[in-house]
Design a protein around this ligand. Structure first.
Ligand code: APR
Length: 228
């Protein structure tokens, strides 16, 4: 049986594909106020503004291509049972060819009913518009987990982390919970790696090797080591 390789990814893995991160200098949360675009209150206050914010994010994602880091994770499937748990809302892991991808914070390519969470649709084209409705007649919203909302996939993700034989973290500031707590569910004794060009606060994690490089450099290097 293949060893289970769990990979926890954040905005940094898609940075070199041209998708902005959130908290780096020049990141999205410098330009936009979270409270105005990424909370249920924002949605109640101004649906047009929220839709516009995510329509722009979607356009950017559709124009982007997976980079070397996404591809390295696909190559690891030759030898490992690779399970990606991503905070990203883009579909670059899927487009690179990764088979198992769990999105913790939703998917930009999908819309959802605003009265029934089980009604999820693939968006045709680039936009959700005011007046686009679900089959029950409610306005469609982005299929995104906003600040202040539950993270429905968190329990599933924690169970996957518990079974990891190797755990890799790539391109996340580890600032947003509960997602950032995922690594705490991985077994103590297994090898762990963190790839990020900046210092990330990961105190108290045993067996952690920090690779201080961009994802497109650090991940292919680590992948070729792990594939030996
Ligand atoms: N390669 C690897 N890492 C990079 C690169 C790169 N080329 N460029 C930047 N980074 C790192 C940064 O150093 C930082 O640690 O990516 C991380 C990005 O952190 P954030 O912007 O905070 O993104 P993320 O951790 O994914 O955010 C978590 O916050 O706003 C919410 O829901 C949103 O899922 C998101 C969550």
């Amino acid at each position: 049986m293949k060893q289970k390789l769990v990979v926890f990814t954040g905005a940094g893995i898609s940075a070199e594909s041209g998708i902005k991160t959130f908290r780096d200098s020049g990141g999205l949360w410098e330009e936009f106020d979270i409270n105005e675009v990424a909370t249920p209150q924002a949605w109640e206050k101004n649906q047009a503004l929220v839709l516009d914010f995510y329509n722009k994010r979607r356009k950017q994602v559709l124009e982007a291509q997976p980079n070397n880091a996404h591809t390295a994770l696909v190559e690891l499937e030759q030898k490992y049972d690779v399970q990606i748990i991503t905070q990203n809302i883009d579909d670059l892991h899927e487009r690179a060819g990764s088979k198992k991808v769990l999105h913790l914070h939703g998917e930009i390519t999908k819309s959802r009913s605003s009265i029934d969470d089980s009604l999820i649709y693939r968006i045709k084209g680039e936009e959700i518009r005011l007046g686009d409705k679900c089959e029950k007649g409610s306005q469609l919203r982005p299929h995104i987990v906003w600040f202040g909302e539950m993270v429905p996939m968190m329990d599933v993700a924690n169970i996957i982390a518990e079974k990891a034989d190797i755990f890799i973290v790539v391109g996340t500031s580890m600032a947003v919970y509960p997602a950032a707590g995922l690594i705490d569910y991985s077994p103590d004794g297994i090898p762990k790696y963190l790839i990020d060009p900046s210092d990330v606060n990961v105190n108290g994690i045993a067996n952690l090797k920090v690779i201080k490089e961009k994802a497109s450099i650090g991940l292919p290097k680590l992948a070729s080591e792990l594939l030996k």
